[in-house]
Structure formats: C-alpha cells, structure tokens
Design a protein around this ligand. Structure first.
Ligand code: CA
Length: 225
C-alpha cells in the first residue's frame, strides 16, 4: 500500500513517515499542494493524508476539492486543528473521507487509514440527501431542514441504509442483513421495532413520516422532491 502525506510541518511530516512506514506502508511526503498535484498525477496512491493548513494560497481543502473535481476518488484523510469544527465540516464537504484533529494518537490514525482502505476507492457523494433530509456518514449526523436528528448508532445505520436506496422497497430480511452485521438470532421483528424508533426520531426533528410500510414485504423511504 502506498500513501501520500501532504504536510508542511517538517517535524510532523517526519513523525508521520516513520510511523506509517512502521505500519508497513510505503510513504511519499510533500509539503505543498502544488507538489501534491504533481505527485498524484504521476503515482497511483492507495490513500492520502492531507493537512488542512498548507503554505501558499492553496490549502489542504482546496487541494482535496481539486482532486475530486479531477474525478480521483483515492481515500483522503484530512488532518485538522482539533478545535476547528468549521475545518472538519469543510473537509467533508470537499470530499474527504475522514478527518482527524491534531494532536492525535498515532494508533488512531493508523486504524482510520486501515478502515478507509477496506472501504476502498468508490465514487460517492460526501453526504447523502433526500429532500430536506441530509445524512453525513463521516460525521454520523443526520439533519432535517438543518435540525439535528438525534439517533442511536443502530438507528443511524438503519437510516443510512434507507438513504442509500430511496424509493426502493426493502425487505425485512434484507434490512437485517445490512444493518445488523452479525448473525442476529431472533426474528425480523427487531426491524419493525427500530423502524418505529427511527420514525419517532424523525418526527422529533420535525420531519413528516418518510418511511412507508409496505404490507407483507417491508419498508420504503419515500423520495422527497
Ligand atoms: Ca500544516
């Protein structure tokens, strides 16, 4: 696996290189967005670690936006200042796959990179939208008309699955297979229970009932204009 690290801070870049090489990755380091453009044009990388703050007039966010505009879907992890929420949101909006705030534990960086590499390189929007309902798989947040929908992890996973198949009738067994990622030793009644929870959560955020019950089959997320 070959990684590109874009980081102008020499000390941080050195730490990243050493740590990632110890994890068994081949690592190239560049210190500016312009060099990163040349690097990805000549070398196929498996993943990129990119600092938001770069010298010159092109930030890490600008670079990531450029990369996606080029149609390149190499997984990108952005490094941001821990406190800067706006950077994190912006990172996801320009198509980064994940972000990590500085300072970070190296073990967490390595784990996130492994997870990104497992997911692989597929063209995908940064967020899922269905009318006024917006779900961000990276931040694990959903909003209805800008209002946060409070969800447990399982409810989030269920909504995520619906949002990837809007308008499709999803059978209970199919939902079980995709949202309950272990061999669930019970009946598909659990799906009905969780759809009920999800409806309540959406209603609490002011959304109409978007989930249709298809009798004898399963459920369908209504497509919103
Ligand atoms: Ca920097």
């Amino acid at each position: 696996m070959k990684l590109l690290v874009i980081e102008d801070d020499v000390r941080m870049a050195g730490l990243l290189r050493r740590g990632l090489e110890q994890e068994g990755w081949a690592v190239d380091v560049v210190g500016a967005a312009v060099d990163a453009r040349h690097a990805v044009s000549s070398t196929p990388y498996d993943a990129v670690v990119c600092d938001v703050g770069l010298p010159g007039n092109e930030s890490g966010l600008d670079w990531c936006r450029w990369l996606r505009a080029e149609g390149v879907w190499t997984p990108v992890l952005m490094l941001t200042a821990r406190t800067d929420v706006s950077d994190r949101i912006a990172g996801l909006d320009v198509g980064a796959d994940d972000y990590l705030g500085k300072p970070f534990a190296f073990g967490e960086l390595a784990a996130r990179l492994r997870a990104m590499l497992r997911r692989g390189e597929t063209a995908r929007p940064a967020v899922l939208t269905n009318g006024a309902l917006v779900l961000d798989p990276a931040s694990h947040e959903a909003h209805w008309q800008g209002r946060l929908v409070e969800l447990s992890p399982r409810e989030f996973a269920l909504l995520d699955y619906f949002m990837r198949r809007p308008g499709d009738v999803l059978r209970r067994t199919e939902i079980l297979d995709h949202v309950w990622d272990y061999a669930y030793d019970g009946t598909s009644n659990i799906v009905d229970v969780y759809v009920g929870y999800l409806r309540s959560r959406l209603a609490a955020a002011g959304a109409p009932d978007l989930i249709d019950t298809v009798r004898g089959v399963g459920y369908r997320l209504a497509t919103s204009p």
